[in-house]
Design a protein around this ligand. Structure first.
Ligand SMILES: [Zn+2]
Length: 76
């Protein structure tokens, strides 16, 4: 059970992962220590909460580099 939780913590984010704050596509995940829990954030909200999450000892999985790719969709 613990192993499954750990693998989830490092799994890549998908389009089905949504920001817990606003429902936008998530590009960062914070796994809180201890009993913890997993929080998902869009780029905007992760930036807003990043320092507090790090201070709380959360493990950060950051895929904000993918934001660039998502935005840079070729226009046709
Ligand atoms: Zn958000």
């Amino acid at each position: 059970m613990t192993v499954a939780t750990m693998s989830h913590a490092t799994a890549e984010l998908t389009r089905q992962d949504r920001c817990d704050r606003c429902g936008a596509q998530a590009f960062a995940r914070a796994t809180l220590p201890g009993a913890g829990g997993v929080l998902l954030f869009c780029g905007h909200h992760f930036r807003a909460h990043e320092s507090a999450l790090v201070a709380a000892g959360a493990e950060i999985h950051d895929e904000r580099h993918r934001l660039q790719d998502e935005v840079r969709t070729p226009e046709r």
